[in-house]
Design a protein. Structure first.
Length: 515
């Protein structure tokens, strides 16, 4: 009996000691973050010192080894995981443009990634693209050394210069030629019957750059398309994976110009005014193959090292800006959460993984690779938290009923940090279907395979009027669009919740997770 009594006392003492240690770690996280939160410092290096980070670029490689270095310096175990390779690398340099005439102006524009730059500074006159063979034949001598205004509105993607693109455009050209012949005949009838009701003409197909191949062969300097502001610039998704540095690099600049300036230039061309445009676009390629990598940092679990709580965001970013929001606002808080945990001497029961994924913008390549190559870990993942939604504050969770009590324990301290950012936990009333296809962001392949992907809800409680669509894949995705208070607080919330979940007596229940 006495032995049983002392055993009970020992168990209670151990439980009290563990609870005290857990509370001390959380207290240390909060104090360290209050005195020296480095979230925005990480974001500054990532975006202002490294910059836009497409896979295949020198900047992405720099970001990879910088993140790995930070994690190692804080004491995490680090894996730089090769995901794949692309055949040609791409680096973006500065770009400039001017209109040269009495109303001269600096031009506001961008180009998609993996498209051609200029051959130094190039200056030329401006023409509007032809839509029929007759129009092309009439102006083909004027195309040499010209910048060509093309129709349509920029959607971020370049004109497809592949043989497939040429073939599709040739079909439309033939259709336009037939329409033009019909319209010519109707015009003759209308002229002969000028006092009667004129017969209607058919509209030509207005597909942009119909004579793209022929205009390039005629010696144009590049094409110019109207773009809404802020300007969106993506990459050449149709051709980037088939490029060869030595045989088939793109050679025609694809310029997406501020719609307001485009209208001014188009009016001058319509009035047959003479003026020149000059552009200096420094888009550079490098021989491949160029490998790209995930970075995985691990705080190893002290009791259950083969069970995991995971958090991450994608390291790559489009390079028309600096990728500060998409997805610097995922990278920086995860880095700081890792630092805060190690500074607080956290020794969680199960492992915490911090994941910095490659190639999200190309199709979730990095996270897909990890999920498909770690099938043995699927049943052992308590949750994967993904952050890829802007510099707003993590302030809520909505969870299945079976997870509610565990998350209640994991979030209990969050309302003691900052009264400006109250945290709410809500029980989900219905379970969603498990997704059958990928989309959205790096949580997708986890969810498709039944792994929990409960992520933080976010908000803008201080009213900074943040609009994700304003920066999404545009030139405005820069450091100053982030909101420091929200970013700092999100790092603390992330660190505490990850630590508390990693210290539960079991991984989260999956009951009711998906329908």
């Amino acid at each position: 009996m006495k032995r049983l009594f002392f055993l009970s006392i020992y168990v209670l003492f151990q439980a009290f000691t563990i609870l005290a240690q857990k509370n001390q770690v959380v207290d240390n996280i909060i104090v360290n973050a209050k005195n020296d939160n480095q979230t925005m410092r990480h974001l500054d290096v990532l975006t202002n010192r490294i910059g836009g980070r497409l896979i295949g670029s020198d900047a992405y490689e720099t970001a990879t080894y910088w993140v790995a270095h930070l994690l190692k310096s804080w004491g995490l175990e680090v894996e730089i995981q090769e995901v794949g390779e692309i055949p040609v690398g791409f680096n973006r340099g500065p770009w400039f443009g001017k209109m040269l005439d009495g109303d001269g102006m600096d031009l506001h524009f961008a180009t998609p990634s993996f498209t051609a730059g200029t051959k130094g500074l190039q200056r030329g006159h401006v023409v509007t693209e032809p839509k029929t063979q007759a129009q092309f034949d009439r102006m083909k001598g004027k195309l040499k050394g010209a910048w060509v205004l093309i129709s349509g509105t920029n959607d971020g993607w370049p004109i497809d210069y592949s043989l497939r693109g040429d073939s599709l455009r040739r079909i439309i050209i033939e259709q336009n030629n037939e329409i033009q012949q019909y319209n010519d005949s109707i015009s003759r009838i209308n002229r002969e019957n000028r006092f009667g009701t004129p017969l209607p003409l058919k509209e030509l197909d207005d597909t942009p750059a119909l004579f793209y191949k022929e205009m390039r062969e005629a010696g144009i300097l590049g094409i110019i398309q109207s773009s809404a502001v802020p300007i969106r610039a993506l990459y050449d998704r149709r051709n980037a994976m088939d490029m060869d540095f030595y045989t088939n690099l793109p050679d025609c600049p694809d310029i997406k110009l501020d719609e307001n300036q485009y209208k001014i230039i188009a009016r001058k061309v319509a009035e047959r005014q003479y003026f020149l445009l000059e552009f200096d676009i420094r888009n550079h390629f490098k021989p491949g193959p160029v490998k790209y990598h995930n970075v995985i940092g691990k705080i190893r679990g002290s009791k259950y090292p083969d069970e995991y709580v995971m958090s991450g965001g994608h390291l790559d970013a489009f390079d028309v800006a600096t990728g500060a929001v998409d997805c610097g606002t995922g990278v920086a808080p995860n880095l700081e959460a890792a630092r805060l945990l190690t500074q607080a001497k956290a020794k969680p029961l199960r492992s915490i993984l911090f994941c910095f994924w490659a190639g999200e913008e190309f199709g979730l390549w990095g996270s897909k690779f990890w999920v498909e190559n770690n099938k043995d870990k699927w049943p052992k993942i308590s949750n994967y938290f993904n952050r890829d939604g802007g510099p707003v504050v993590a302030n809520s969770l909505t969870v299945p009923p079976a997870m509610y009590e565990d998350f209640k324990k994991a979030t209990v301290q969050l309302n003691d940090i900052n009264p400006d950012f109250p945290f709410t936990l809500t029980e989900r009333t219905a379970s969603p279907n498990r997704p059958a296809s990928a989309g959205g962001s790096d949580h997708a392949y986890f969810a498709m395979n039944g792994i929990p992907v409960i992520s933080f809800g976010t908000g803008d409680p201080l009213g900074y009027d943040f609009d994700y669509q304003e920066i999404w894949h545009t030139e405005r995705d820069i450091y100053t669009m982030s909101i420091p208070e929200y970013m700092d607080h999100t790092s603390v919330v992330t660190a505490i919740v990850l630590y508390n979940l990693a210290n539960m007596d079991k991984i989260l229940s999956r009951e009711g997770l998906y329908r």
